[in-house]
Design a protein around this ligand. Sequence first.
Ligand code: GDP
Length: 295
Amino acid sequence: MFNNLSEKLDKALHVLKGHGSITEVNVAETLKEVRRALLDADVNFKIAKEFTNTVKEKALGQNVLTSLQPGQLMVKLVKDELTELMGGDAEGLNLSGTPSIILMSGLQGSGKTTFSGKLANFLKNKKTKKPLLVACDVYRPAAVDQLHVVGDQINVEVYSDKGNTDPVAIAKAGIAHAKANGHNVVIIDTAGRLAVDEAMMTEIANIRDAIQPQETLFVVDAMTGQDAVNTAKAFNDVLNFDGVILTKLDGDTRGGAAISIKSVVNKPIKFIGTGEKMEAIDVFYPSRMADRILG
Ligand code: GDP
């Protein structure tokens, strides 16, 4: 994960680590390399620039030039700023409703159905949760079948209504089914399209307005870098979602989406997907991710 970025940042900061004292030129050169590493990772230009400016200000504010271990201090400042950029503290799910309703949104292929299963499994393993998965993709029967396969795999019930072409009605019926059968979490998988389009946005917004979920989550493929950030912005403009799910981080060597998305949409990344298996889900902790990136 993010190997390229880790290597480049390590190289940029390594130069300072050996020094007992450093000059302003050293700091400027290092931050130039840090900025280049961020750009190579597909971080937006403006974000990369702001990032290095902030680190520079903090470095000078904390008298990095006269500190005892200037290299270490610079590494810490970069790590802290990366943590901040990725969201600061980890944010959990709001599971306050009875049942708690979680609505999944995102493009086709982003990993929505897989993640719906992973989340159901994650919550089921908490023992106090009895999730129900609801299949609201009325366009692709294969998507409904896929959710049933996932549900069978993790032993979680799936509600679907294959002849029904009204996703709002299916979502409502799914929630009624959950109430009648003692499910305390409902995870609603919706249809995605290959690109952002108005019909999809209207549909998901209609479902959201009708069922008032505690959590509307936006699922996005981390490997798509800046595209992921742009898609997040388009969805957030319409849905004002509550959190981001970054999938396929196992295949993402760059890291641009993970680093930029929070500051563009101002919504936390709540979970990450790190593989195709149902167990490949992790709560997203910005500080742990920053530790991983900086080794
Ligand atoms: P949907 O169209 O948004 O419902 O996407 P799917 O859940 O069908 O996922 C699309 C493809 O991505 C499938 O082949 C999944 O197995 C794969 N996938 C989903 N999440 C991950 C992940 O975290 N890592 C990897 N490597 N593959 C994933």
